[in-house]
Write a protein that binds this ligand. Structure first.
Ligand SMILES: NC(=O)c1ccc[n+]([C@@H]2O[C@H](COP(=O)([O-])OP(=O)(O)OC[C@H]3O[C@@H](n4cnc5c(N)ncnc54)[C@H](OP(=O)(O)O)[C@@H]3O)[C@@H](O)[C@H]2O)c1
Length: 276
């Protein structure tokens, strides 16, 4: 597990910068809902916010950041280049547009949202240029399963700092996890709660009862204890608090090992190998 401080856990990325392991995902939040949820999350203690050009809420996330009482330097803001904007020049333009919408001078992490056939190399080269210009503190990939990571090695001058993929106890991407650990790429789990689809699993409920926690908290703690970043989404203040309230207990090694057996290759979002 990373460095635990002030009810947060941070990990040090491969370029030396620190990132909170737990963050807020803002997919499917619209208008004022995105502003309010982001402000609530920051008030509760979240410091990592994961948005994307594709989510159409970068402007709202920017408003929430400015309306919060937390210094910009204490926040960790991620955004991603949309599939339709990939390629070298398009990515450079898309990044400028994201900065404008967020109304920020830099973002902390810029990701390729999905691996797009015929565009992957040019998109990565543009992202490296943005990094070299100092307008983003770290760069990475989204939905890069093993074959895409291996291919990237052939042309990348900079190793991604983060790879964001769908990952949960029910979708253990062991090959990607091992590879990312080996290459010092921080794994970040999206859709970590499976949008609630396994909250009734009796084995998970039994663990929740054992620790006096909820199924969501057990899953998020499981990830954090293995140094896996998670970005659960909630627009509801109580559930935002619930998902953040995971720093006061510890799962035993046996229980982590049990959760590691839950894998059933259950994907909520599409398979990156077959998407584009
Ligand atoms: N890179 C990619 O391609 C990609 C793809 C998908 C997602 N993501 C990122 O990952 C983030 C999270 O994934 P996600 O939004 O797909 O799914 P998720 O975080 O697994 O689940 C979110 C859903 O679960 C509900 N929920 C949240 N906390 C809960 C709790 N404690 N108890 C009961 N229900 C709860 C939320 O409803 P309420 O809002 O009503 O609480 C929402 O409907 C996204 O927001 C996005 O930032 C990235």
């Amino acid at each position: 597990m990373g460095i635990e401080q002030q009810h947060q856990v941070f990990t040090t990325l491969n370029n030396g910068i620190e990132m909170p392991l737990l963050g807020l995902g803002v997919y499917n939040m619209h208008g004022d809902e995105a502003i309010q949820a982001t402000k609530n999350a920051i008030e509760i203690g979240y410091r990592l916010i994961d948005t994307a050009e594709m989510y159409f809420n970068e402007r709202q996330v920017g408003i929430a950041i400015r309306e919060s009482n937390v210094k910009r330097s204490e926040l960790f803001i991620t955004t991603k280049v949309n599939n339709s904007n990939q390629g070298y020049d398009n990515t450079l333009r898309a990044f400028d547009e994201s900065l404008k919408l967020l109304n920020l001078e830099y973002v902390d992490l810029y990701l390729i949202h999905w691996p797009i056939k015929g565009k992957r190399k040019e998109t990565w080269k543009a992202i490296e240029k943005i990094y070299q210009e100092g307008r983003v503190r770290a760069i990475g990939t989204g939905n890069y399963l093993f074959p895409f990571l291996k291919e990237l090695e052939e042309y990348a001058s900079i190793t991604p700092a983060v790879n964001q993929i769908e990952f949960s106890p029910y979708l253990m991407m062991k090959h990607e996890l091992d590879y990312c650990r080996l290459k010092k790429i921080q794994l970040q789990a999206y859709t970590p709660l499976l949008r609630g689809k396994r909250f009734n699993d009796e084995r998970l409920v039994a663990l929740a009862n054992k620790y006096g926690k909820t199924p969501a908290q057990i899953i998020l703690r499981w990830a954090i204890q293995q140094n896996i970043s998670s970005i659960p989404k909630s627009s509801n203040r109580n559930r935002l608090s619930e998902n953040f309230n995971i720093f006061d207990f510890q799962l035993s090694n046996e229980d982590i090992a049990q959760l590691n057996q839950f894998d059933e290759k259950l994907r909520i979002v599409g398979d990156p190998m077959n998407m584009f």
